[in-house]
Design a protein around this ligand. Structure first.
Ligand SMILES: [Zn+2]
Length: 242
């Protein structure tokens, strides 16, 4: 099955989304070794992928060098919503978006951390040149065949139907990910490099690893080597895309 890029989706042109698979990655501040592990896997498979960037890292250059990769942004509005004031941090939504766009000026696609969205944010995205919003999660279990659509302000909404952590939190068998390729309509998958690296199979593993998020040496020891996990699910999809 063909892989495709979010930024190229045209709701009026089914060939830009109907028969493909969209791999997306929320980088979520992963340390470089963790992120590089996922990049290695995806590059080895030679497929198209969209990376939602949270921070600056030398690995952005590596991602940019691959013509099959798209860089989008993954803004985090949680601190603002929680009223956590830190003079070092951004003061409002505009600053959050602008800071990320200064790191990824070419971004056309956006998915917020925690899927935060509102009509005002969607307007802000359009004003800053973003064209595709991936904040609608409609679980594959609904059985709804998905499609992209235009909003009132011209932004393209791109719903996604599978996310690694939602899958293992809901005890949805990660092994079933391959069966989703049989589904009709838009097929967007969302992975996190931390879960790919840990091969996370349940939330307990992630909670145990969370305090060591930035210590690669510690994370190596906390990986799941026994059961089918998120890394295996990605490997399976990449294998089926060949
Ligand atoms: Zn996130």
């Amino acid at each position: 099955m063909r892989s495709m890029l979010i930024k190229n989706i045209n709701p009026n042109k089914p060939s830009s989304w109907e028969d493909g698979l969209f791999l997306t990655f929320d980088i979520d501040w992963a340390c470089d070794d963790v992120l590089a592990y996922t990049i290695d896997m995806v590059e080895e498979a030679g497929v198209y992928a969209t990376w939602f960037v949270t921070h600056d890292t030398p690995l952005l250059e590596r991602l940019r060098e691959n013509p099959k990769f798209e860089l989008g942004i993954h803004p985090n509005f949680n601190n603002i919503l929680a009223g956590k004031y830190d003079p070092e941090n951004e003061k409002n939504a505009e600053e959050v978006v602008e800071k990320l766009l200064s790191i990824v000026p070419e971004a056309r696609s956006v998915r917020s951390h925690s899927m935060t969205q509102s009509s005002q944010l969607l307007q802000l995205f359009v004003e800053r040149g973003l064209t595709h919003d991936c904040n609608h999660f409609i679980p594959h279990q609904t059985g709804i065949d998905l499609c992209p659509w235009y909003l009132w302000n011209g932004i393209v909404k791109v719903p996604y139907f599978w996310e690694d952590d939602v899958s293992f939190i809901c005890n949805d068998n990660l092994n079933n990910v391959g069966m989703l390729l049989q589904r009709k309509g838009l097929k967007v998958f969302d992975f996190h490099p931390i879960h790919v690296f840990l091969n996370t199979e349940n939330i307990k593993r992630y909670e145990a690893a969370r305090p060591h998020y930035y210590s690669f040496e510690s994370l190596v020891k906390l990986r799941n080597n026994e059961t089918f996990g998120t890394g295996d699910a990605l490997r399976l999809l990449l294998e089926m895309m060949k």
